[in-house]
Design a binder for this molecule. Structure first.
Ligand code: SF4
Length: 745
């Protein structure tokens, strides 16, 4: 990208604010529409999960067999009459295409949309040789005229409104009459582009997929321009990353089923072209006198440029390898709450944008290439549900964040900070990250010194210092620590368990439930005991979620080991593990598989349950719902926001069901994330973005149907965010079913 990108935190924050104002509305409207379409199509399709599983399996196999598939594809394309060039890097690919153009004395080139050509800066290379390059994808054409960079990998001009495009056309083409409707704009562009296609010496395309058994290119578009570029000029150059190869034609099936629904909520993309070039039909000679004639079929040339550019190294990198499964559908961008507000001009790098951009940019250019935008991934995990090949995008973002942390140069006094923090991270780590990553330790000390710590947290002088030194935004309320942790409350209370328990469970005291929002922990204990569960609340330690969110993987691993040491004997003794905070449950079920040995990770994953998932299960097995709390007269209407991780684990329905069983009338929000996302919304660089994300939730809970409803949310940070967004308080839903009627925060 030619666009100047900010290199400092203050610069990043200013850029985000600018984009929120200038491009945010158009981006939000468009990607939210795509995202809603993806939900609809995934739900309508008969076999979405089967297709996703199959697509994943094919990609895993293809990347495993990549060297063999490159060889097979090369043989097949050559047998078909084409030429294959394996380019080591961007410059190599660019030079090869320039040479093809020079050999053909080419003066003009038409291109269909190809991210790979942008990755290698192909246009700049050809234009330097005096070749006229025309983008024929409508959105790319708009950006070429506007001299702007793409803001989305599938819909590159998503940040521009129709009126901006109309003004651009009027200005560029000096039109007497302004074009107004989308149809008028499209027809106008189409006529100009058709002229360019008929005049071009070379057509350049990408490839969504390449089949090794036949040498076929699968091109998936909505405008039909790719097939025009491929077959109208007599020379066709296709440029594609090596990861686009799949073993056979039959393997295309699940991808063609998924790519339209995933990317834009379409039933299927408007054009699916399967070409096995060089095609046998002769090119049309548009300059022949009279009606068009035909050229000589033997003049057809086809060059396939297979680009490596770091992909072989990514294949050998256990953490980045999954990036190569990406089919570039854009669903991870569309489902991302932060992307929905600022688009790819902030949430993206040199070429790629959205959730998976970190994997691509870091794989191609090293972690530094993702440094500016990597922090915009909050790890909410909504993209994991959206991705048609089930890539663990948050994990890729976490690993790259860890590599960036480790690349930081130590500051002068970092050795002092490092000696004082109980983490496994190197000197040089950003102080704010270290602070948020060590929240477990901070909370423990905050609870022990509660009156002083809470007074300090409320002091404007301390808040100003915290903002300056660690980037904690002073507009946010800080957590108030409870002097009596949940574990102590549990230990010191009279024995109140059920006389004849049906199950035994450990209530996992996550950091917030133990030291800050102890009320929800007490309510959870009472709820479980009322349903016949013998509960214990041992001192287990922090889960590792806080350090992992900052990319502190070694520290998170230490925490996971401690938790596993504490929980394993409990599980072996037959106790279930019940988790109040959804992000901790998600950690147990997903990321512990990366942090712990397989046996321990599996044991914790299989025996851990989210609180309402567990209550739902108890009620299903015959526990008496009358033992739980129920609404007071006139207080049954509830507005419920599920947590992002909870939705990814498909647990929202359990909470709604329990609340309804207890007599509540529940309206749920459908926003992907509240915007707070753990510590993200506390950071001064991201405060405005966090609040902008929250606006959608705010508007859903202030509509006439919801404005009088009691507000509940499963995640502690969602409750914090709702407290800032609304004029009425929010709390955890366990307070609604607590037989003790507890309403503590
Ligand atoms: S990571 Fe998945 S969702 Fe994102 S662009 Fe790639 S295939 Fe699509």
């Amino acid at each position: 990208m030619s666009e100047e990108r900010p290199r400092s935190r203050a610069g990043t924050a200013a850029r985000l604010r600018e984009l929120l104002d200038t491009e945010g509305a158009a981006v939000e409207e468009n990607v939210s529409t795509f995202n809603a379409g993806r939900y609809r199509r995934y739900a309508e399709m008969d076999a979405t999960e089967e297709y996703r599983e199959e697509a994943r399996r094919i990609k895993e196999e293809a990347i495993e067999r990549l060297p063999e598939l490159v060889e097979a594809l090369t043989e097949q394309v050559e047998e078909n009459g084409g030429t294959v060039y394996l380019a080591d890097d961007a410059a190599d690919a660019r030079e090869y295409v320039r040479k093809v153009a020079a050999d053909r004395d080419a003066e003009s080139v038409v291109k269909s949309k190809t991210m790979t050509s942008e990755e290698v800066h192909l246009n700049a290379g050809l234009e330097a040789d005096g070749i006229d390059v025309t983008e024929t994808d409508l959105a790319e054409f708009v950006l070429q005229l506007a001299e702007e960079e793409p803001s989305h990998i599938v819909a590159p001009a998503i940040h521009k409104s129709r009126s901006e495009i109309a003004a651009l056309f009027s200005r560029t083409f000096d039109l007497d009459e302004p074009l107004e409707t989308p149809e008028e704009l499209t027809r106008f562009a189409r006529e100009r582009l058709l002229e360019r296609v008929t005049e071009a010496d070379i057509g350049i395309t990408g490839a969504n997929f390449l089949t090794a058994d036949t040498g076929t290119l699968a091109l998936v578009t909505n405008e039909g321009n790719a097939r025009k570029c491929a077959v109208t000029p007599d020379t066709h150059v296709a440029i594609a990353g090596v990861e686009k190869i799949v073993p056979s034609m039959a393997d295309l099936a699940p991808f063609l089923e998924l790519i339209g629904p995933a990317g834009a909520g379409q039933d299927i993309t408007a054009y699916v072209s399967l070409l096995t070039p060089p095609v046998e039909t002769p090119a049309i000679d548009f300059e022949a006198p009279g009606t068009a004639g035909f050229g000589d079929p033997d003049d057809r040339e086809f060059h396939l440029v297979l680009l490596d550019n770091g992909r072989t190294a990514m294949r050998e990198d256990d953490d980045l390898r999954e990036t190569l499964y990406c089919v570039r559908c854009g669903a991870c961008a569309n489902s991302c709450a932060n992307f929905q507000q600022v688009g790819g001009h902030a949430f993206g790098g040199e070429t790629y944008s959205g959730g998976i951009a970190t994997g691509w940019e870091a794989g191609i250019g090293g972690p530094e290439a993702a440094a500016e935008f990597n922090d915009l991934c909050t790890g909410c995990s909504r993209c994991v549900d959206a991705c048609p090949v089930k890539i663990d995008i948050p994990w890729i973002n976490t690993v790259v964040r860890d590599r960036l942390n480790r690349g930081e140069e130590p500051g002068r006094f970092d050795f002092l900070v490092e000696g004082l923090t109980p983490d496994a991270e190197p000197a040089g780590l950003d102080l704010g990250k270290r602070l948020f990553g060590n929240f477990g330790t901070l909370a423990k000390w905050g609870s022990r010194t509660a009156p002083v710590a809470n007074a300090l947290a409320a002091s404007s002088v301390a808040r100003a210092a915290l903002e300056r030194v660690a980037g904690v935004d002073r507009r946010r309320d800080l957590p108030r620590f409870d002097p009596e942790p949940l574990t102590e409350w549990f230990r010191s209370r009279p024995d109140a368990g059920p006389a004849d328990p049906t199950r035994e469970a450990v209530l996992y005291p996550d950091v917030y439930t133990n030291y800050v929002a102890t009320g929800r922990g007490k309510a959870a204990v009472r709820t479980l005991e009322a349903l016949g569960v013998d509960v214990t609340v041992p001192n287990v330690g922090a889960s590792g979620r806080a350090p992992l969110s900052q990319g502190m993987v070694a520290t998170a691993t230490d925490r996971a080991e401690t938790v596993a040491d504490a929980l394993s004997p409990e599980i072996e003794a037959g106790r279930d593990v019940v988790v109040v905070e959804p992000s901790d449950l998600a950690l147990f079920r997903r990321e512990y598989g990366k942090l712990l040995d397989d046996d321990r990770a599996e044991m914790i994953s299989e025996h851990s349950y989210e609180l309402f998932e567990y209550v739902f299960g108890l009620l299903e097995k015959g526990a008496d719902p009358d033992a739980l709390g129920s609404p007071a007269d006139g207080d049954a209407e509830v507005a419920y926001h599920s947590h992002c991780q909870q939705r990814t684990l498909d647990l929202e329905a359990g909470t709604v069901s329990v609340l309804e069983t207890c007599g509540y009338d529940v309206e749920t929000s459908d926003v992907e994330c509240c915007g707070m996302a753990g510590s993200f919304g506390y950071k001064s660089d991201y405060y405005e973005l966090s609040m902008a994300v929250g606006e959608r939730l705010e508007s859903q809970f202030t509509e006439p149907e919801t404005e009088g409803r009691r507000v509940v949310a499963s995640g502690v940070s969602c409750v914090e965010q709702l407290d800032s967004l609304l004029e009425r308080p929010a709390s955890h839903p366990v307070h609604l079913v607590d037989p003790g009627g507890g309403t503590d925060p």
